[in-house]
Design a protein around this ligand. Structure first.
Ligand SMILES: Cc1cc2nc3c(=O)[nH]c(=O)nc-3n(C[C@H](O)[C@H](O)[C@H](O)COP(=O)(O)OP(=O)(O)OC[C@H]3O[C@@H](n4cnc5c(N)ncnc54)[C@H](O)[C@@H]3O)c2cc1C
Length: 450
């Protein structure tokens, strides 16, 4: 696969930055609720609070949608993220509630698309846990059993039965969710927010958050906000302030790349009739999805650990070596497209919690936080964000928030997420690929029937 002319981007491959960035905060002010961070999580909290009549201020360091919300793969999942077998081992009792939360999150996003009239190329295809080897297919079957027991509807089958590319052995398809252009979706939510009563300040980096009696004081370079309540919604960037719980999440940098447009007859020949997004069953997954531009967006496989705060935000672009590795993996999974070139590459910061589950909680009685990512934040971040808004207005935790609620903001040190731990997990995946013959399977299965 060719990687000679890749357009390495520091923002997203899906969309350009907005041309109507709102002015920064230049004076001090008071409000009822301050939301810090304008990703899908923060914007959804603020929008819901504004819709429910609250006086809300949003503070965003760049522009709303600058973070992973506009950069992700656009695969809206309806089953929990992370390693489901491990989650089941440690949190078996929570699994039905987690399954319900994830499904509700996907439905919430579909509703948001309709309600705000967002054109984001959404296709209700579901997403497929795709197996690259018989070993991975065994894992898929075990995961399907756990999910069904937890109440998630899934469909198991061979690649032909599921309408996924023949290079994969088979898989398990979620029945809800699908694929979209996340840049357009996030821009649509931003438009909804800007036309609400919320006061939105972009290019306003919050430098500190402290509790001061009944109020929260939020510092920015040119003004201070004093609020009755604050919501921390900066995702991977949360560790920049002392008030954030220690070890809440580890910041990881992940990459997506997009091919050049591919001739429709070559895409048809793959047998990808469902158009369902794919995630492989590696410990660090690979994802693959079609786009309306007749391209394939794919990524992850290898992740970089963020070492120190502040994280580089608008300046970091993918490492060409990692893009090459993704391109080589693509050529293995799609041998008939091995001559296609990579057109563009971008990346973003995600946050992984020690339990791999989304978390939400409160510091004191007036600072709320949530991390709803673990690879599934496209649905979970806006949904959990809206639940936090409901909690603030109603004073009671909605049922779906209960499952991710942390009573004390204390988290264990995430040992597997050290650079050495991540490298080891990656090496195990490559070893399994080698012994399970994933390259051989793809080449053999992709051959057209005689
Ligand atoms: C490459 C990639 C692929 C992914 N693929 C998928 C996928 O297919 N499906 C899926 O479900 N999820 C996926 N995710 C995860 C998903 O995108 C995120 O979980 C989700 O967007 C998180 O939303 P958020 O609002 O919490 O965070 P973000 O969108 O990151 O928003 C945080 C915001 O806070 C702002 N901010 C940071 N620091 C400050 C500060 N000090 N002051 C003010 N503002 C600040 C940032 O500028 C940013 O706008 C992917 C993520 C990446 C990066």
């Amino acid at each position: 696969m060719k990687t000679a002319d890749v357009d390495y981007r520091t923002f997203s491959g899906w969309i350009d930055p907005p041309s109507d960035v709102r002015p920064p905060l230049t004076r001090s002010l008071d409000c009822d609720v301050a939301v810090i961070g304008g990703g899908l999580g923060g914007m959804s909290t603020a929008l819901r609070l504004a819709e429910r009549g609250r006086d809300v201020v949003v503070l965003e360091s760049e522009f709303c949608g600058h973070g992973s919300s506009s950069r992700n793969a656009g695969q809206l999942a309806s089953a929990p993220g992370g390693d489901i077998q491990l989650l089941n081992l440690f949190f078996r009792k929570k699994m039905p509630a987690m399954s319900r939360l994830t499904e509700h999150a996907a439905l919430h996003v579909e509703d948001l698309i309709k309600r705000l009239g967002i054109d984001c190329d959404y296709e209700q295809t579901g997403n497929t846990f795709a197996a690259v080897s018989r070993g991975q297919m065994g894992r898929v079957r075990r995961v399907a059993k756990i999910l069904r027991r937890s109440g998630t509807e899934v469909r198991l089958g061979t690649s032909e039965e599921l309408g996924i590319p023949r290079g994969f052995v088979g898989g398990m398809r979620e029945t809800e969710g699908g694929i979209m252009n996340p840049g357009k979706f996030t821009r649509g939510v931003r438009r909804g927010l800007l036309s609400s009563s919320a006061r939105v300040f972009e290019r306003t980096k919050v430098t500190d958050v402290v509790r001061d009696g009944a109020r929260v004081v939020i510092s920015t370079p040119r003004g201070e906000v004093r609020a009755n309540r604050a919501v921390l919604a900066t995702n991977a960037f949360m560790g920049e302030w002392k008030i954030a719980p220690r070890h809440l999440a580890v910041p990881l940098w992940v990459i997506e790349v997009e091919t050049e447009p591919i001739a429709p007859e070559r895409l048809d020949a793959l047998g990808w009739t469902s158009r369902s997004g794919l995630v492989t069953q590696h410990n660090i997954m690979e994802n693959y999805r079609l786009t309306p531009r007749n391209t394939i967006v794919f990524g992850v496989r290898r992740i970089e650990r963020g070492q120190t705060f502040p994280l580089p935000a608008g300046t970091k672009s993918p490492d060409p070596g990692l893009v090459q590795e993704l391109a080589d993996a693509f050529a293995t999974r799609f041998p008939s497209l091995a001559d296609v070139a990579v057109d563009r590459a971008w990346g973003g910061w995600i946050a992984i919690t020690p339990s791999w589950l989304p978390v939400a909680g409160r510091i004191g009685d007036n600072v709320f936080y949530s991390i709803a990512c673990n690879g599934h934040g496209l649905g979970q971040a806006p949904y959990v964000g809206s639940l936090i808004a409901d909690l603030i207005v109603d004073g009671e935790r909605p049922e779906d928030l209960e499952v991710v609620w942390t009573r004390k903001p204390k988290f264990p040190r995430p040992v597997m997420m050290s650079p050495l731990g991540l490298r080891t997990i990656w090496a195990i995946d490559r070893f399994n690929d080698m012994i399970n013959g994933s390259r051989r399977n793809a080449a053999k299965n992709s051959r057209p029937a005689a």
